[in-house]
Design a protein around this ligand. Structure first.
Ligand code: ATP
Ligand code: MG
Length: 184
């Protein structure tokens, strides 16, 4: 599968200056006091994978992910998140499978929306979503559990619960590709 090596956040929510998180092999835990940015970091991982719901980022609009400033510090007009991926197992879709290292970047600029790059080349949101859908990770992956999500799952309607199970079974990438094929 795709192995995440590093995530870098700049101007994203509470992470103002470029901040690197190295992701070691094995299970990763994030600990810290309330409000230190744990949920923001998980949201950044979903965001760079193509999440398109502002609500899932706990905002009214997507631009709300941009650092909004504090009393001491002016806000930014851009947020960047870069996810560095080890693709030495060469499991990325064919279009991106010519290198061992993949850098996926998403940038949002106030008033201009988001753009995405993979290894420096501009791509569509859909390409990034498919990259992760095929690798059965993805912005809605069951591997990323939001706060309150467990209780939501327990009380979910069967159709919604089925979507989670399909993600877990690794077959939801098929649905994304089928949908994409229908659009053509
Ligand atoms: P808890 O343990 O309570 O779940 P947490 O570590 O998950 O806390 P987060 O929710 O990630 O904390 O971080 C909340 C902090 O991020 C708040 O201080 C909030 O003001 C700050 N924050 C969120 N969005 C922005 C933004 N756009 N600009 C600046 N700060 C932001
Ligand atoms: Mg939290």
């Amino acid at each position: 599968s795709l192995v995440f090596d590093k995530i870098t956040l700049t101007g994203f929510k509470s992470f103002v200056e470029p901040t690197d998180f190295l992701i070691e092999p094995g299970l990763t835990g994030i600990v810290g006091p309330n409000g230190c940015g744990k949920s923001n970091l998980l949201e950044a991982i979903r965001w760079v994978m193509g999440a398109n719901s502002a609500k899932a980022m706990r905002g009214a609009q997507m631009e709300d992910v941009i650092f909004s400033g504090t009393r001491q510090r002016p806000g930014r007009n851009q947020a960047h998140v870069t996810l560095s991926i080890n693709n030495s197992a060469r499991v990325a879709p064919a279009a991106f499978n010519d290198s061992d290292q993949l850098e996926v970047m998403r940038v949002i600029t106030k008033g201009k929306g988001s753009t995405y790059k993979i290894n420096g080349k501009t791509v569509r949101a859909k390409d990034v979503q498919l990259l992760f859908a095929d690798a059965s990770t993805g912005a809605n992956s069951p591997a990323l559990v939001r706060q309150n999500q467990i209780s939501e799952l327990i009380s979910a309607k069967p159709a919604n619960r089925r979507r989670v199970l399909e993600e877990a079974a690794g077959i939801s990438g098929l649905h994304s590709r089928r949908h994409e094929a229908e659009l053509r």
